[in-house]
Design a protein around this ligand. Structure first.
Ligand code: FMN
Length: 404
């Protein structure tokens, strides 16, 4: 099986096995409407040969939006028209486009959403430190409807499908973590699996009822997390459950925002960029900033995992073994050789990347013409840290990237 062999994600035929994983763009206006630059980015990715592109996370409601100021939103019908040129631009180059749908749950702040922070479970998220209000049964049903409406809007805008963001500690991911055990209503855990698929099932059923079957639904999940041992046994059980659902593909990532840099992994912590761009840090008092810079920052690297190539592939392999659904691995693919090995080993059916596409949006063309292709990305993670600013997501590696 080669990277450039056509394949299918459920009903959607794709021209190769290469996927641009969801990546926050920083190219919408403050209300979440895509600008012309957002359209240009997706045109460039499709023209560059990427078979499937997944948008950065789009909020399904204002309460579910992130602290990233220029995040896309699909929370109202008025936004449908603004997304149509995005889908058209990608389809012009025979590529496919999925919209990633997200509700941030407790991983946001009320000073950015202008609404109380809400969550499935009590207790603040470590980085965000704002105690959420626990969502009632009725409110969770309303959130299911927000996801369903958002998917319908993506369909109307001409997208090939959506990806439900159930990774990285956001609201849908909370239902897969042991802390959900505290819920006693119908969204509480199944005693035999310890996880709750109720909200996901309601969303999936609703999407299947409102969108035609040729509209695909993918899910992004975290294989493991730092705070909770989502071990192989638990993960296998979860995958077996997912494999009975009407999904068209599973993308496997890592972790939660509790230790965000472990989602990405890198060679060192981009402290200079954090001090320049991190909104939490910039908006703190001078005293807090001083303490953070000189006392807390040196401890940042405790618990940070080192970058290793294809660092989530083993969890993708488990998913492949226990499910017939298309499996997508993301995290640490940096060379043609790694991608070929991952595909031929059968551990994954698709290869997804984020930072390499930030560094080189046309990497698919390069990959196709050289089996020795290697990404320019140095995993410096400056692009990640700058998402807390009002700057667009571009490569900020000092030697090759644009300075922010
Ligand atoms: C700047 C940036 C923004 C990201 N935004 C999102 C996002 O909106 N949704 C998401 O699921 N993952 C997001 N990610 C995570 C990536 O999709 C991916 O899981 C992670 O970067 C590991 O892949 P890589 O090694 O190819 O970069 C983002 C990553 C980066 C670098």
């Amino acid at each position: 099986m080669s990277l450039f062999t056509p394949a299918s994600l459920g009903p959607v035929k794709v021209r190769n096995r290469l996927i641009r994983s969801a990546t926050y763009e920083g190219l919408c206006d403050r209300s979440g409407v895509p600008t012309g630059h957002y359209v240009d980015l997706y045109r460039t990715l499709a023209r560059g040969g990427c078979g499937t592109v997944i948008t950065g996370f789009c909020f399904v409601s204002l309460q579910g939006r992130a602290i990233q100021p220029l995040q896309a939103g699909i929370d109202s019908d008025e936004k449908i028209d603004a997304f149509k040129p995005v889908a058209d631009a990608v389809h012009r180059y025979q590529s496919r486009i999925f919209m990633q749908l997200a509700h941030c749950g407790k991983q946001t702040l009320s000073r950015y959403t202008h609404l109380p922070v809400v969550s499935a479970t009590p207790g603040a998220a470590r980085y965000f430190r704002e105690r959420p209000r626990v969502l009632s049964t009725t409110e969770l049903r309303e959130i299911a409807d927000q996801f369903i409406l958002a998917a319908k809007r993506a369909f109307k805008a001409g997208f090939d499908g959506v990806q439900l963001h159930a990774a990285h500690g956001y609201l849908l991911h909370e239902f897969l973590l042991p802390s959900i055990g505290k819920r006693k209503d119908r969204y509480g855990p199944d005693p035999s699996t310890g996880i709750s698929l109720q909200l996901l099932d309601e969303i999936l059923t609703g999407i299947r009822q409102t969108c035609p079957r040729h509209f695909a639904v993918l899910i992004k999940i975290s294989g493991a997390t730092d705070s909770v041992p989502f071990d192989r046994v638990r993960f296998t059980r979860f995958i077996k459950e997912l494999s009975h659902r009407e999904l068209d593909g599973i993308e496997i990532s890592y972790g939660t925002m509790q230790q965000a840099l472990n989602i990405f992994r890198g060679e060192s912590i981009p402290l200079d960029t954090i001090l320049d761009h991190d909104r939490q840090y910039r908006q703190s008092s001078r005293c807090i900033r001083f303490v953070w810079k000189y006392c807390a920052a040196p401890f940042l690297s405790i618990g940070i995992r080192r970058f290793t190539p294809m660092y989530n592939l083993e969890y993708a392999a488990i998913a492949r073994e226990h499910s017939a659904l298309p499996v997508i691995s993301v995290g640490g693919f940096r060379s043609a050789d790694e991608m070929t090995r991952a595909l031929t080993s059968g551990k994954t059916g698709f290869v997804a990347m984020s930072r390499p596409f930030v560094a080189e949006p046309d990497l698919a063309v390069k990959l196709e013409s050289s089996s020795r292709w290697r990404s320019h990305c140095r995993n410096c993670n400056r692009c990640v840290v700058a998402t807390g600013s009002e700057l667009p997501t571009v490569c900020r590696y000092p030697a090759t990237g644009k300075k922010g």
